[in-house]
Design a protein around this ligand. Sequence first.
Ligand code: PLP
Length: 963
Amino acid sequence: MPVPAAPTPTSAPEPSSSAPFVSRHIGPQADERDKMLAALGLGSLEDLVQQAMPDAIRMTAPLDLPPALSETETLDVLRGLADQNRALTPMIGLGYAGTTTPSVIRRNVLEDPAWYTAYTPYQPEISQGRLEALLNFQTMVSDLTGLPTSGASLLDEATAVAEAMTLARRATKTGSTLLLDADTLPQTVGVVTTRAEALGLDVAVADGPLLAALEAHDVFAVVVQTPGASGRLTGTDELRALAEAVHARGGLVIAACDLLALTLTAAPGEWGADVAVGSSQRFGVPLFYGGPHAGFISVRAGLERTLPGRLVGVSKDVDGTPAFRLALQTREQHIRREKATSNICTAQVLLAVVASMYAVYHGPEGLRRIAEAVHARATGLAADLADGGVEVVHGSFFDTVLARVPGRAADVVAAAREGGVHLRLADADHVGIAVGEDAHESDLAAVRHAFGVRDAGRHHGDLAGSERETPYLTHPVFNTHHSETAMLRYLAALSNRDFALDRGMIPLGSCTMKLNATTEMEPISFHGFAGLHPFAPVEDAQGYATLISTLEGWLAEVTGYARVSIQPNAGSQGELAGLLAIRGYHRSRGDEGRTVCLIPSSAHGTNAASAVMAGMKVVVVKATDDGSVDLDDLRAKIQTHRDALAAIMVTYPSTHGVFEEGITELCALVHEAGGQVYVDGANLNALLGLAQPGKFGADVSHLNLHKTFCIPHGGGGPGVGPVGVGEHLAPFVPGHPFLPGSEDVGPVSAAPFGSAGILPISYAYIAMMGADGLTAATEHALLAANYVAERLRAHYPVLYTGRNARVAHECILDLRPITKASGVTVDDVAKRLVDYGFHAPTMSFPVPGTLMVEPTESEDLAELDRFCDAMIAIRAEIEQVQNGEWPAEDNPLVHAPHTQARVTADEWTHPYSRRVAAFPAGLHQGPLYATGSDKYWPPVGRIDGSFGDRNLVCTCPPPEAFE
Ligand SMILES: *Cc1c(COP(=O)(O)O)cnc(C)c1O
């Protein structure tokens, strides 16, 4: 595939004294690399690759990518691209509003590695800061929507409505149709229709008021959008009557709503909605040309156990201190697989944190003031239009005015654009004007000028028939941190509780916690990238167009596919898009009956959940004793399902961290039976530059840019999950109603380019690494994993290995025999690692009772050794439990992690010393480690997760709870 020419830097080449970026990205320098190779008895990285990777899949020619740029050159290129975007004042609306990110939040959350390099809070003891921020988010959504339980974020508004649809389907027994408001956002209609079609659910869009349209449909749920796409606000009485009518039919009411409007208008929970959904973007999150933004969902009592996505709840630690952790995880796909409530894994944590902090900073009064100002400006503008003889379509609105200008709409929009404002061209006769928090008087003047009307100076607003009467955000957290000093300290206090990559290694298998370089991160804040509305005219988004087509081209090159789409905004969504492409392909050939998806037992939970969402039936393929796909069982399953076979979904290298020899045969067997091969590309960090899934037999893959391509995890999102496909599947990659020419295939994300705003990160990574650098990164990732496996092998059995006893980019340490002999569990080891200053590896995936370690190429030898030393020291501690020196119920492992309060308590009754508890094994982290200064102290002790599930609390506990 031809790769588009990359823009070239404008500055002179850097002086050669500056080290190339690749040596900043890769941790081990040459001497360390040689030591690691020597420890493995190898002479070169190439020797390692030859030993570990099957020849059959190796690439023969190097990647065709432009030469690596320096960090300054890359910033130049990206600044140039940002400048090619004309991010005018965004008054287009349609679910994306102009907002002002408070600087204290931008710099100390969005741009702070203590927040953005954190992992998903699966280890709650070291994640209390972001869990508190997410609990604030849940409390904020719950208060504003008037519904008791809110999740910790979804991917965007359109997918949130789709998730609400499946929730409603599970929760109701009657009806066959989801009825959408006539004023639903067009992208929501697109996403919901795509998702419903695959599941065999009927969707209808009302052709008039919902209450009247109810008569014509047998509904299981109704979506009411208020304010609507046109700006129209539905009165509370009308909403209440609608809810009653839907409930009388046994259906559910889903309110698609606007958090800022809800500070002034009646909450969905008050008028009878069962579910509320929407986007929290306008709470201080930049537009980012469409994302990432945090979608939200909240539900009435009785529906909480069916919520999609993650949910933070309050529990307590061993000492009874209230502590936060993810609640009801048994709903999630890691456990429930094809029966999960949703396939969502990576969500939008960083953006949910930003939105929640916006509410913390402004407080209920501040939010109301912002809402009132927005509403007053919209009302004033509507009055000016009316005075000037322009028809204003709706009498009741919050921030968006729909103006009727027969035949003149395009001219008005063009004139406004001249004046520095993007308006919405609704159709030839209508213009939408959405007033955001950031709209200045000069912008309103430009709008008036475009319409040819004058300022009558009236700025008042009332919301007759929709007013809110209930309080919100009464918790102290929303009423305390209103000065910048207080806010700064609150943010620092929370991030100090968390262990992120700025403190140490996060050796998580399957998650690739590598360097997120500062040069990669900086451009996301450039106004040209951050300030652009996703539906801005293409001529004002030329920088993004080049960035996106270049990046898609590079990703196609590294994966060996014909076409890549960056629209999916997480790996799970890439899976869905890829499976829908397979479905579309089969159906285009008249193969409607091909609906079986084979999935190996070791697969990531999202795989099975996504297959179900794509309307497929999951059939599990067994693993052999060595962990690879059982080809005999595969043959048998293909035999049984030959005519119905749609696809197989495999991860390569396998979730066991091994390059399976049988991959080419597996692809051939499935193809021969008429099926397609989906290779889950989340483990591309073991392949990049060495092998291309599109060339070794796969038809489609998703990649995770938030794993292999340096987008930080953000504490559980954002992500980008591009889908790459072979030529024959190219006509079936996601389209979008706002992308002319692509409407044939439905979208999987609200925005045409998904989370466009974070694509500069991956762009910068590839630009700075070049073909050789990317290949070197892969080789060093393999080296690091094999080095760790080698050092730990004598202490913990390495569960699976491939050819020549080598692993790929990660390895599984088998604790099960150790647990059997000593009673010490993976949990104990994971929590004890915190005392040693580490984040735990992945626990019990893909094999229960094991730990999966992925060190990545970015950790230097000293950090790798520190981790291995810690694991070896822990093994010696286990030995002391095993041989009876320490009782099974009283030892530093079962009591880990140790808080400061515990080790400094007046009383100490344990058979091990305080020093052993807090400063184990004489391991040194830094010169001031021994004084406790350089030590990471967990803010709480071991958390009782099931207590929280039995006593579900998902909003901020009152301050007295901490007394
Ligand atoms: C991370 C991962 C996924 C899911 O990606 P998300 O972005 O979290 O949705 C799927 N498969 C594998 C193997 C993964 O490691």
